[in-house]
Design a protein around this ligand. Sequence first.
Ligand SMILES: *Cc1c(COP(=O)(O)O)cnc(C)c1O
Length: 370
Amino acid sequence: MLCYIFAEAAGKEVPSLEGLSEDKIYVSDKNVRTSDFLQYDVFNSYHTETELMRYIKRLERKDISLAHSMISLGSCTMKLNAASELFALSNPNFCNIHPYAPDDQVEGYLEMLDNLGDYLAKITGFDATSLQPNSGASGEYTGLRTIRTYLESIGQGHRDIVILPASAHGTNPASAVQCGYKCVIIKTDERGNVDWDDFMAQTEAHKDQIAAMMITYPSTHGIFETNIVDLCQRIHDCGGQVYMDGANMNAQVGYTNPGFIGADVCHLNLHKTFAIPHGGGGPGVGPICVAKHLTPFLPKHVIRFEDDLNQVSAAPYGSAGVAIITYSYIRLLGFEGLRQATAMAILNANYMAARFKDTYGILYTGPQGE
Ligand SMILES: *Cc1c(COP(=O)(O)O)cnc(C)c1O
């Protein structure tokens, strides 16, 4: 059957298959499997639909979700998961849209995505947003590719080093390497902050090779590093770009932002700061927001590959289906509400730290003990 389909598509005659044994037709000798396969119990234990359904349900029961408990998953936990934010998800106008529906059938949806991109750009102090990346890690990779294309466009494509503090989230160096960069790790000082002397020494040593610094603010230790503006300025003086990891953005929204601090690009984790519920895996949305000079290099989306500028997802707006949750969250809270959420997040984090202090101890604190 397959032969006929391909023959038809190629406009050729189907060769005679008579006299060929089955594995000669489909697989050449060297590709014929000789080992056993699918030997594990699970592949041979459930022989009816009902048995299989019960097995899958048993697995589902082992999963921990917000319906059972807090999901103790770092920054992913520190957000409001209100049912009202999810309301639009069950509206067929939002949930029944095909990823490749023609634009004129989804004008409202596109308008919502456009507005969402604008809000996020405003919140981060940047010029434009790409909703294409499907996770924070994917956003990092996209942001670095955007930086790389920009650097190439100004004749600085030879820059191949990404500066990272030792406290960086593991995805930072992974994204840098994936993007073809070498990592230079900066020590942290006794307070857990970027060690200024080491930072100056390393940036001096690699001055002409620095493509970017990746920095999380507030840091993974939960500290607002007081010299963040100087760190960004120094990288710019060296000719590099600043990638701010925005996973902890719920401690910034409405009070400060990466654009103000001097970064050039950041990702947001909509499944952390912006209310998309998750835990134990997706769905994630890791949009990136960029300063004006990087806007032309944001991912484009094409179905064929003539011009795949920095495309990172098969769908034009990544996990578009859940973007409505963040949109609802922002519209329901408004600017003052978003600011208040930030204040509460910081207060709650400090409350937890105070309650845990005697039992677990506190590894690092900021200069004022916060
Ligand atoms: C969660 C997190 C990431 C990665 O985001 P994912 O959406 O999980 O890929 C990157 N950096 C920091 C600091 C994070 O907390």
